[in-house]
Design a protein around this ligand. Structure first.
Ligand code: HEM
Length: 686
């Protein structure tokens, strides 16, 4: 039986010819829009959380904002403001206040150690091909777990904050000035009542954010910040709207004095984004990953609302937050740690006897590992993996400057670049932007992060490297060759430190040979494993825990990768499925989620590529114009031939019909461009 279509009349025929032209024009314009990275809506395809219509989150199954009450028997575990713990004994100083090593005049000052051991003359790429997402996730997740802030501006009861400025000699090759000078260093805030001069009551330090992986980096570590960040409508988080997609809300402290404070390290903060963690504006990659999770929250909230139109703002917000936190946990435990080569003991469920508290060995030393894994360039790429017109950024150009995101294409170019670029090897080397010019030029605020990390260890009284090893059950090193097989490093260690027992823990950990199949040396590897395991096993609400009420969506969360989040929430259409490993071959970027609008030059919505690789963006405009001309010619031909066929088929009572499935309009577009009529959705009636 032949289906007759009423559009086979000559008047509708003319309408459809006109429609073909409009469609072609729309196609071309949508292609142009894609070139300029317009915000996009994605095709469904990735996980959509099929079980939204349930409401499993109640007060006992959601993380509090300040981290309290997660362990019912120990409600203070993991709370914001908790004291950072110690696995190794604190290095005692005579009055409980002085810095470690100050009583040893033969141990060099941190800048001298940095000059001797942390100066990078050539870039060493990661030998396991880890991408820049590895260090970025490390930083994002550390901002999730710990923040030991300094006394600078935070000591109302003191005239002056305690300082421990680092001397720079006048012949310092990079920072030297006639007469020498001092690099600023403010000592850490102390827990009230500790470090009062009594040798038995040495300084201890608070962690001002929640310990748990509970989304505090996104939602805040206190109720007031969490409240400000919410839209208080339909479960959404506040955003600022930009052409390239939503960004975090921006501060306007004059108009709204309740705006939560953000760290801006002396930079102009008029455009500062506001986030759950006050360090979010530190550099453009960090802003980008924050933005991704805000978008994911709002994407989840929209989907939840769609399925549950009667839910309140609070219900939608809490459920989206709950899932978003689960995603952060899953990415950390299923992607990030394995990429470092860290394998935890198998998960056996929540263990309330485990104290998750962040240790000094972790936050003040080991997890600062990322400082050596950062390269000097922030790569920015378009969809064909060519540099964007504005080019890449140096690391320092991205410090505390949000304009590259606001004015130069949003977060997409940065997120592509991070997946493309191989990060620096975890070793003693620090790039110049962090070692000589962090947050300013030398002499104009520029600091040395390697020296600061060493000094922070001393400020917190972290013991020497060998004592830390012993505390973690590892044997002490007796020779320099125990640290590493690299002769050059052995020589430098030997010429810098008086003996193997006086090595700062931070330097010792970075100097070690890596464990097999790991990005880290033995001590660092063990400290990270120990901390992340306690954090997982002591968390009643960890998404894998039997108490998290995540049963119905656990598998979906397990399966969701950082690549999925990038594809769902940005205009990026292709990326490798495991973004923690760098990928530079376009054809190997095998995870994809096309945009809803047709955004590129072929029918599969794939970016345009030549057999040899990508076509530079500069060729795209002429190509689009050629396609336009060809398409118009073809459309007219097709319309004429179609008209002939219709007339014929009316006679023969046998006509092709467009399937009326959801691909109908796309099929129409496809067929108007393809005179052979080979595309899907165009079926011959029988
Ligand atoms: C461009 C990137 C980064 C910059 C500019 C940066 C800068 C800083 C600065 C200025 C501090 C405070 C130092 C002090 O006064 O003691 C710090 C602390 C820290 N950083 Fe980074 N960092 C970066 C990336 C990373 C990465 C990739 C990681 C880990 C993978 C990391 C882990 C840490 C940790 C654990 C702390 C201590 C946090 C605490 O207060 O508990 N950072 N960083």
């Amino acid at each position: 039986m032949i289906e007759r279509n009423d559009w086979r009349t000559s008047s509708t025929h003319r309408q459809r010819s006109g429609f073909a032209l409009v469609t072609v024009a729309l196609f071309v314009f949508s292609g142009l829009a894609a070139v300029s990275a317009a915000p996009v809506e994605k095709e469904p395809g990735a996980s959509t959380y099929a079980f939204f219509d349930e409401w499993p989150v109640n007060a006992s199954t959601q993380y509090s904002f300040d981290g309290s009450g997660i362990n019912v028997g120990h409600p203070g575990y993991g709370v914001a403001g908790a004291q950072i713990s110690r696995i190794s004994d604190r290095y005692s100083t005579p009055d409980g206040e002085n810095l470690t090593f100050w009583d040893r005049t033969d141990v060099p000052n941190p800048r001298e150690i940095s000059n001797s051991l942390c100066h990078e003359s050539t870039f060493h790429p990661d030998s396991r091909n880890l991408s820049d997402y590895n260090w970025l996730w490390g930083q994002f997740i550390t901002h999730e777990m710990d923040h030991t802030t300094t006394q600078d501006g935070r000591t109302p009861d003191q005239d002056q904050p305690d300082t421990a400025y680092i001397p720079i000699s006048e012949d310092d090759e990079w920072m030297g000035f006639p007469g020498g000078f001092q690099m600023r260093f403010f000592r850490s805030l102390v827990i009230n009542g500790t470090g009062n001069g009594d040798p038995l009551n040495q300084r201890e330090h608070p962690n001002i954010v929640t310990t748990w992986i509970d989304g505090s980096v996104i939602y805040g570590s206190d109720e007031a910040r969490a409240d400000w960040l919410r839209e208080h409508r339909d479960g959404r988080m506040k955003v600022s709207n930009y052409e390239e997609g939503d960004l975090m809300p921006q501060a306007n402290y004059d108009q709204d004095p309740t705006t939560p404070g953000m760290s801006f390290a002396g930079f102009n903060f008029s455009n500062s984004f506001v986030a759950g963690d006050d360090r979010a504006n530190e550099h453009v990659a960090l802003v980008s990953i924050h933005t991704l999770f805000i978008r994911e929250h709002n994407r989840l909230a929209a989907a939840i609302e769609d399925r549950n139109p009667d839910w309140t703002d609070e219900q939608i917000y809490q459920y989206a937050r709950h899932i978003n936190i689960g995603l952060m946990e899953s990415i950390t435990y299923n992607e990030f740690l394995p990429s470092l080569g860290i394998e935890l003991d198998p998960y056996t469920g929540y263990n309330p006897s485990i104290d998750p508290t962040i240790s000094n060995e972790f936050a003040t030393v080991a997890f600062r590992m990322g400082h050596s894994q950062i390269g000097s360039e922030m790569i920015r790429l378009n969809e064909t993996r060519r540099p964007i017109a504005e080019g890449h950024l140096t690391l320092r150009e991205g410090f505390f400057d949000v304009s590259p995101i606001i004015d130069e294409g949003g977060i997409g170019p940065i997120l592509r670049g991070l997946a493309f670029n191989v990060q620096a090897e975890n070793d003693l080397m620090f790039v110049d932007d962090l070692r000589n010019q962090m947050f300013g030029a030398p002499g104009a605020g520029g600091m040395d992060l390697c020296a600061i990390d060493i000094q922070r260890g001393r400020d917190h009284g972290v013991a020497d490297f060998n004592t830390v090893r012993e505390a973690f059950g590892l044997p002490r090193y007796t020779n320099w060759s125990d640290f590493t097989s690299d002769n050059a490093t052995i020589e430098l260690l030997n010429s810098t430190y008086p003996d193997v027992d006086s090595v700062d823990a931070f330097i010792g950990m970075l100097a070690e040979d890596h464990v097999n199949n790991s990005a880290l040396g033995e001590t660092m590897h063990l400290i990270l494993k120990e901390q992340f395991q306690r954090l997982r096993d002591g968390d009643r609400l960890y998404y894998g825990s039997e108490f998290s009420e995540m049963d119905n969506i656990r598998n979906e969360i397990d399966r969701t990768t950082l690549a999925d989040l990038i594809l769902r929430n940005t205009e990026i259409e292709r990326i490798q499925c495991d973004v923690f490993y760098a990928e530079q071959i376009f054809d190997e970027m095998d995870c994809s989620l096309p945009n809803k609008r047709v955004t590129s030059g072929n029918d599969n919505n794939e970016p345009i590529v030549s057999p040899e690789g990508s076509i530079p963006i500069t060729y795209v405009f002429p190509l689009v114009l050629i396609i336009l001309v060809l398409a118009l010619v073809n459309a007219q031909k097709a319309a004429a031939s179609w008209s002939e066929k219709q007339e014929k088929s009316e006679d023969e009572d046998e006509s092709p019909s467009l399937s009326d499935d959801e691909n109908g309009s796309q099929s129409l577009l496809c067929c108007r461009l393809d005179s052979e009529k080979t595309c899907k959705g165009y079926t011959k009636a029988k």
